[in-house]
Design a protein around this ligand. Structure first.
Ligand SMILES: [Zn+2]
Length: 205
């Protein structure tokens, strides 16, 4: 059976009776995310009403409320953080921890006032957006490169004399190998990897 929304094989059933639909993995994931967002909106409205009741009563913490939700561990679809913006149909499912840590590092080193660090912040942002949005990379290779960028981003935020420069340079060089020589991403890598590597290059001597 085909998905009701696209041509992939159906895996899930949603709705009931006449409204029943069959969805593939990807479409079911989007459906679930929308349902979750609606539910969260309802909970926020309920909590607002509960707070208004407490306000009227002049007693606080007496009306039950929905607990705050933990932030999701995966992202799907377009992603927009402080610096990093990923859009297009190829984003797939991304780890929020990884992307979030890179985004934080971009903020930190991007505002350090050090020109080399600000360049590296620009490079980290561009590389993350290009890799996450790539249609050519497999999910496995995408995750591998994003994990490397996460590692490098974290290392970039420590003081220069404490950075593990040798390991970082070897790791950065490995990105090109993972991506593969034939991939269109090589153009972006050629532009930005040197800016990132510069952060870990020691003066000769
Ligand atoms: Zn589908």
């Amino acid at each position: 059976m085909k998905c009701n929304q696209c041509n992939k094989p159906a895996m899930y059933q949603v709705g009931e009776g006449e409204a029943v639909k069959f969805l593939c993995n990807d479409c079911a994931f989007k459906h679930r995310a929308l349902m979750d967002a609606q539910m969260e909106e309802l909970h926020r409205e309920y909590n607002m009403v509960a707070s208004q009741i407490e306000n009227t009563l002049g007693m606080y913490g007496v009306v039950p409320k929905y607990p705050l939700r933990p932030s999701p561990t995966v992202l799907a679809g377009n992603v927009s953080l402080h610096n990093i913006r990923i859009s297009g149909g190829n984003v797939g499912v991304l780890n929020t921890g990884t992307i979030g840590r890179i985004d934080t590092a971009v903020s930190l080193i991007g505002h350090s006032g050090n020109p080399q660090e600000m360049e590296a912040a620009k490079a980290l942002q561009a590389l993350t957006e290009a890799v996450a949005g790539s249609a050519e990379l497999t999910k496995q290779n995408k995750d591998a490169v994003l994990e490397i960028l996460d590692l490098v981003a974290s290392e970039a935020t420590v003081p220069k004399e404490q950075r593990r420069c040798g390991a970082m340079l070897a790791t950065i060089a490995n990105i090109s190998t993972i991506v593969g020589a034939a991939c269109a991403l090589q153009v972006t890598l050629g532009q930005y990897l040197p800016m990132l590597a510069a952060l870990f290059q020691q003066k000769p001597g």
